[in-house]
Design a protein around this ligand. Structure first.
Ligand SMILES: [Cu+2]
Length: 566
């Protein structure tokens, strides 16, 4: 099954051919260094977007042949206009290739067309995401250089916006982008991030949803913030396959709004036949009349969180996504907005929800609308049926998260889907998906009560949990590995996306009613005036934050600390 293909032009003006298939597929890329082309990086891909096998073949370049038995797993070049991840076993012949690759690497990184596996992509895809270069030859280690820096881009054509963003420190001349470059790994990999802060203020990076060791969690309880000009190394394993994301955990309402966020994709062993896999990072920004970011926080922003006036999908305003008519695509979606809840709809097309924050569901379900709150992720299959040439929008529909106070008008168009040539026939979907063993709870399980509260009126508002305003909070103390129920009550009549760091939980009920669909969550909507209960088996020892993921609420004090003993 074709997992994506395309022909386009790379940054050096050379023709780029990409093709990728989901099972025994082939990735072909024409590389260019300056204006000189080097042809023939040819990869067999083990599974969509995952590690595959690389050998040079059918090439205009005199690269030695490598037999399949000599191939070693590589990370598939991940649908990315400026990244190649190439690993070759260290035999003599292969060293020759490795040398060629190494020579090409630095200057070619900005000039490589690759497949759609793992990210979005055909080279002409406006929703394309770059992928951080893995500099470590060990196939089980992903080692990257990540930089936070100031830069500019155009949200609106011809109008400059001053942003803060992440860029790839391994790529000469890289510029910060919104979203930042995607970190891609395989389940079980070890990840090393060499981070440099080129911002004018201190920052940290939180790996949202990843069950990291506490010292890599990127909060002010787990590290000294990284000062301007300083560096910090994050190191952690990625035990779970799903879409995660990374962003600062300091001054988040400002830093994330300015553009500091990026997806983190961990591939599992699932082999779901689809025509394309895409990561869609949805956001909104508040733009001033000149197209630049409006830095003001008005009273409404303070009370409800800043809601932007411009909708973004992968940093793009009003992009057109070209797909094959009849294609079955897998979209992994993360809401990176400060406060906006997206109530997604593809008119006439339903979402088959196959995964939540923590991975695949045991029982996927269909829905016509998909409500996604800040910090949440959803993994969905969409069947994009229609006649070639037809178009339809991805919209966010009316949703009132503040119960009459802040209705989001909707429907608002986020991007256009355009159907092209018909998709090729494709294998049926699997009949089994994820697993979910219920966390055992009973009447003896300790219950932790949490009350989310707001006081005052803007501009003098406080946000609190159990009457305490962060950082003046009393930690909840418990033992690592023990099981608890958290009963989270919202007493202000406004939905709050509640996030717990470092572990997943299972929702038990909302106002006593069990959820229709079960799955692993790390961020969940606690509806206004409701009480949501979840079961959690506590993770590793350390200080874990829990907070509202409306960033203005978090920064305003709606955050606490869970202190787990060994
Ligand atoms: Cu909140």
């Amino acid at each position: 099954m074709s997992n994506g293909s395309g022909v386009g032009t790379n940054c050096a003006g050379a023709t780029v051919v990409t093709r990728c298939t989901s099972r025994t597929g082939v990735t072909t890329a024409i590389l260019a260094e300056g204006t000189a082309c080097v042809v023939g990086a040819h990869a067999q891909v083990g599974h969509p977007g995952g590690h595959g096998f690389l050998s040079p073949q059918s090439s205009g370049q005199s690269l030695p042949h490598v037999s399949p038995s000599q191939m070693t797993p590589v990370a598939c070049p991940k649908a990315n206009s400026n990244t190649a991840i190439i690993r070759i076993r260290n035999t003599l012949a292969e060293r020759t290739i490795a040398n060629v690759v190494a020579l090409l690497r630095g200057s070619l990184l900005a000039c490589l067309g690759v497949c759609a596996c793992g990210g979005n992509r055909t080279p002409s895809d406006p929703l394309a995401l770059t992928t951080l270069v893995d500099t470590n030859p060990d196939p089980t280690i992903v080692e990257v250089n990540l930089v936070a820096s100031a830069g500019t881009l155009e949200y609106l054509p011809g109008e400059r916006a001053d942003i803060w963003g992440y860029r790839d420190g391994s790529v000469d001349g890289s510029q910060p982008s919104v979203p930042g470059p995607m970190l891609v790994a395989n389940q079980g990999d070890h990840v090393i991030v060499h981070f440099k802060n080129e911002l004018p203020e201190e920052t940290t990076i939180h790996w949202h949803g990843v069950r990291v060791p506490n010292d890599a969690d990127g909060t002010d309880h787990t590290q000294t913030p990284v000062a301007p000009g300083d560096t910090f190394d994050y190191e952690f394993d990625v035990p779970d396959a799903s879409l995660f994301w990374y962003h600062p955990h300091l001054d988040g309402a400002v830093q994330v709004e300015k553009g500091l966020y990026a997806p983190l994709l961990v591939h599992g062993s699932d082999d779901i036949p689809v025509d394309a896999e895409r990561v869609l990072v949805i956001d909104d920004v508040k733009l001033a009349a000149d197209g630049n970011l409006d830095p003001t926080t008005d009273n409404t922003d303070m009370m409800y969180g800043r809601q932007g006036n411009t909708l973004l999908v992968n940093g793009q305003v009003g992009a057109t996504l070209k797909v094959h008519a009849g294609a079955r695509e897998r979209w992994r979606i993360v809401d990176a907005a400060n406060s906006r809840f997206f109530n997604l709809s593809l008119p006439g097309i339903s979402f088959l929800v196959i995964g939540f924050d923590g991975g695949l569901l045991p029982e996927p379900y269909e829905t016509d609308t998909l409500l996604v709150a800040p910090g949440e992720r959803y993994d969905v299959i969409v069947q994009l049926d229609g006649d070639p040439g037809a178009t339809f929008p991805l919209q966010t529909l009316y949703y009132d998260r503040a119960h009459g106070a802040l209705p989001d008008p909707g429907p608002l168009d986020m991007m256009t889907v355009e159907l092209g040539d018909p998709a090729a026939p494709i294998d049926p979907l699997p009949t089994t998906w994820g697993t979910l063993d219920p966390i055992p709870v009973d009447a003896t399980t300790p219950t932790q009560r949490i009350t989310l509260h707001e006081d005052g009126a803007p501009p003098n508002m406080t946000f609190s949990i159990n009457g305490e305003v962060y950082p003046n909070v009393t930690p909840i103390v418990a033992q690592s590995g023990s099981v608890a129920i958290w009963s989270v009550n919202d007493d202000v009549g406004m939905d709050h996306p509640f996030h717990l760091h470092g572990m997943f939980f299972q929702v038990l009920d909302v106002n006593g009613v069990p959820p229709e669909h079960a799955g692993w969550k790390d961020t969940v909507i606690v509806p206004g005036y409701a009480t949501l209960r979840y079961a959690v088996r506590y993770g590793g020892p350390g200080h874990w934050m829990y907070h509202c993921h409306i960033l203005e609420h978090q920064e305003g004090g709606m955050m606490g600390v869970l202190e787990l003993s060994p």
